[in-house]
Write a protein that binds this ligand. Structure first.
Ligand SMILES: C[S@@+](CC[C@H](N)C(=O)[O-])C[C@H]1O[C@@H](n2cnc3c(N)ncnc32)[C@H](O)[C@@H]1O
Length: 192
């Protein structure tokens, strides 16, 4: 399996970072572990750990790294924690995650901090939590009664959302279980 983590750690401090990549290597003895950081973290490279320099706010940078890795089984966003970057990273990399893969967003607390490009408005659409909360409705898109609703890519390809304190885990898969709405809403749909 291939695991990609955005944010290797240590920021611009020489020789610092890589703790989580080494942890993933220990947890997943058969996995290839990849890390991306805006700083050069090549000192972290070792057997089964490969680092890249990249900017998670730049879709082209993320795409070219993903192409070098190949199949993406697990993606973890522990990078800048700025909402626009988290959203760009999700929009770029989630479609490249394999069916059945896992996508994690760490440190979602920054979504509530204007100083970190978040917002105090709990309903703000352009924060990381705003995006993640919206995705939960997509889990149930088959239950929507709006006529001609066109399901989005995420509606069709997310089968589970797990919310924890400052952590969200998204399960990718084909979301097409069907709905009982035609039986339950006979007045709207007529006899099934
Ligand atoms: C919280 S640390 C990562 C910690 C590491 N995952 C761990 O648990 O050991 C965040 C890292 O994200 C990097 N970073 C900040 N902005 C970034 C960006 N736009 N693109 C990629 N990495 C970025 C920082 O240089 C820093 O090393």
């Amino acid at each position: 399996m291939n695991l990609l983590e955005i944010g290797i750690g240590g920021y611009n401090r020489a020789g610092q970072g890589g703790a989580s990549l080494r942890m993933w290597k220990h947890f997943f003895p058969n996995a290839q572990i990849f890390g991306v950081d805006i700083e050069d973290k090549s000192f972290v490279d070792q057997d089964r750990i490969t680092t890249f320099i990249g900017d998670q706010s730049d879709p082209a940078s993320l795409t070219s790294i993903a192409e070098k890795i190949g199949t993406l089984d697990v993606i973890i966003d522990d990078g800048s924690h700025r909402s626009p970057h988290v959203i760009t990273t999700f929009e770029t990399l989630f479609p490249l995650l394999r069916d059945g893969g896992i996508y994690a967003v760490e440190d979602t607390q920054s979504s509530y901090w204007p100083e970190w490009m978040g917002s105090e408005d709990l309903n703000a659409p352009n924060t990381s939590m705003g995006l993640l909360k919206r995705l939960t409705d997509g889990l149930n898109y088959e239950e929507f009664v709006t006529e001609d609703y066109e399901p989005s890519y995420t509606d069709l390809n997310i089968v589970g959302m797990h919310f924890y304190h400052n952590l969200v885990i998204i399960e990718k898969g084909k979301n097409a279980e069907g709905s009982n709405k035609k039986n339950a809403l006979k007045a709207r749909y007529g006899k099934a």
